[in-house]
Design a protein around this ligand. Structure first.
Ligand SMILES: Cc1cc2nc3c(=O)[nH]c(=O)nc-3n(C[C@H](O)[C@H](O)[C@H](O)COP(=O)(O)OP(=O)(O)OC[C@H]3O[C@@H](n4cnc5c(N)ncnc54)[C@H](O)[C@@H]3O)c2cc1C
Length: 459
């Protein structure tokens, strides 16, 4: 023996899933010098926020139009690390146009006042809506100011809005579209507590928090490509087509991840950033019986349908996006304008949220619906369809029915060494990009905290 101590190589931190939760966790850890291995089941990163090349049109399309808000702090921090925060176009102040069949508009324009006065002034000034409806909406401000009891997670949005005396007019032009958009669920069942959590983040901070933002570039270029590059530059890896089969444990906790290929990666730290089902399938049987995981097994899913339509010209020209009042299609996005190619054919995105009742419809039925709605809402500007792509995301998000929040697990799982990330963990937010990035950053912070504690004990 020469007296030198042979140091064992430090095992990597394994992050399972290269969606936004997994990538944000991995980037945060790699940024502190940790070595990370990201395992992704499919051939590309991005998960439910990804883009792909569409052969027939030659366009790079997103799996679905994604909207952000100014209060997406964790998402913006992730994008800043990648140098991509400038690729999202944010409104100067919150502005939303809703359209009625025939073309008449209801316009919300929030002026440059401090929050939440900007919203109050915007609601009062809403064009195309009677004063009674607007006055009703202002009552919600009392809840935000704490003057009326907040709803808990067991109350539905519908019951809560009734309790606050919201009229049908303000519901169809403001509340219901907002709920479908942020909770991806039906206002009749969706949790009012979750809605208020969003309202507080958007309207009780600064005026900028409520601005809406749309990416100007395809999603994979915004979130994925540069994250993978960032990790590679820091001696970390993203292994595509490498599905996890099992998380293995011993008396101390996590000891390895087994891949479907049979390969075994030894590690004491795993961040699971996959949806509930693949996580539950990978757990040791005994762990699966734990109430935390039993609850996670009860989470439901809610689909989103996106129709991409290539049109000979634009059916509307005065807004980058519009909400449709009283239509199964909730939002239209003028992607050509958003990406800066105006004047020619229009790439239009039609979004149907919480699409449980339509997700099994045939593509022809959905296409006819979209064409019919364009004629109904914009009768003065007939358009011709030149190409299309329909994307049904059956598991777009978890369902946000009242009572769901308590089923979502915390970052630290009952299995030592196993941290949970993903938009569906208990972040206090609905399952969104921001929830995914927050969960990733929370999991990374927990890993760093544990490492600091071990260091303090000299382990
Ligand atoms: C059509 C659509 C529109 C949306 N619109 C918006 C919006 O406007 N605004 C907003 O904020 N949010 C929106 N969302 C929600 C947002 O996309 C998600 O919240 C976010 O992308 C979830 O990221 P995640 O990392 O938690 O999960 P995922 O993206 O699901 O990532 C999980 C990853 O794990 C991988 N994986 C699964 N099993 C395994 C395994 N066994 N081994 C290894 N890897 C595995 C998957 O392939 C995937 O890449 C939308 C979602 C959809 C589908």
């Amino acid at each position: 023996m020469d007296g030198s101590t042979q140091e064992r190589p430090v095992p990597p931190i394994v992050v399972v899933g290269a969606g936004l939760a997994g990538l944000s966790a991995a980037v945060r850890l790699a940024g502190t010098g940790r070595k990370v291995v990201v395992l992704e089941a499919t051939g590309a990163g991005g998960g439910r926020s990804r883009s792909f090349q569409h052969g027939p049109t030659g366009l790079e399309l997103d799996n679905g139009q994604h909207l952000m808000m100014g209060c997406y702090r964790e998402t913006l921090a992730f994008l800043r690390t990648l140098g991509n925060a400038g690729a999202v176009s944010f409104q100067r102040n919150l502005a939303v146009d809703m359209v009625r069949p025939g073309g008449a508009r209801v316009r919300l324009r929030c002026p440059a006042l401090p929050a939440p006065l900007h919203l109050a002034a915007g609601l009062l000034g809403m064009r195309g809506l009677g004063v009674l409806h607007k006055a009703a909406a202002l009552r919600v401000g009392l809840v935000l100011r704490g003057e009326v009891e907040r709803p808990d997670d067991n109350e539905t949005c519908d019951a809560w809005l009734r309790r606050l005396g919201q009229t049908q007019g303000i519901r169809s032009a403001f509340w219901d579209p907002l709920i479908w958009a942020v909770l991806n669920d039906d206002p009749l069942v969706a949790s009012a507590g979750m809605l208020v959590a969003v309202l507080e983040r958007a309207f009780l901070g600064t005026r900028d928090d409520s601005r809406l933002g749309v990416p100007r570039v395809p999603l994979s270029r915004l979130y994925v490509d540069d994250a993978v590059e960032y990790l590679h530059q820091r001696d970390s890896q993203v292994r595509l087509a490498s599905p996890m089969r099992a998380i293995e444990t011993d008396a101390e906790g996590v000891c390895a991840v087994r891949l479907r290929s049979g390969e075994r990666i030894e590690t004491r730290t795993v961040i699971s950033a996959v949806p509930p089902r693949p996580l539950l399938d990978a757990l040791p049987t005994a762990a699966r019986e734990h109430p935390v995981f039993q609850d996670a097994a009860k989470l439901t899913v809610s689909p989103i349908i996106n129709l991409w339509l290539l049109l000979d010209r634009a059916p509307f020209v005065d807004a980058p996006f519009l909400g449709l009042i009283g239509s199964p299609i909730h939002w239209l996005f003028d992607r050509s304008r958003i990406e800066g190619h105006e004047g020619g054919p229009m790439l239009l995105n039609c979004t149907i949220s919480g699409a449980r009742g339509m997700v099994d419809d045939r593509p022809e039925t959905l296409l006819e619906l979209a064409k019919g709605e364009l004629r109904r809402f914009f009768p003065d500007r007939p358009v011709e369809l030149r190409g299309h792509k329909i994307i049904k995301e059956r598991r777009a998000t978890i369902g946000h029915a009242a009572g769901t929040q308590q089923l979502r697990p915390p970052t630290r799982s009952p299995v030592p060494g196993l941290l949970l990330a993903g938009d569906w963990v208990r972040t206090g937010l609905p399952a969104t990009i921001e929830s995914a990035c927050q969960s990733g950053h929370d999991a990374a912070a927990a890993v760093l905290e544990d490492a600091a504690r071990m260091h303090a004990f000299g382990v």
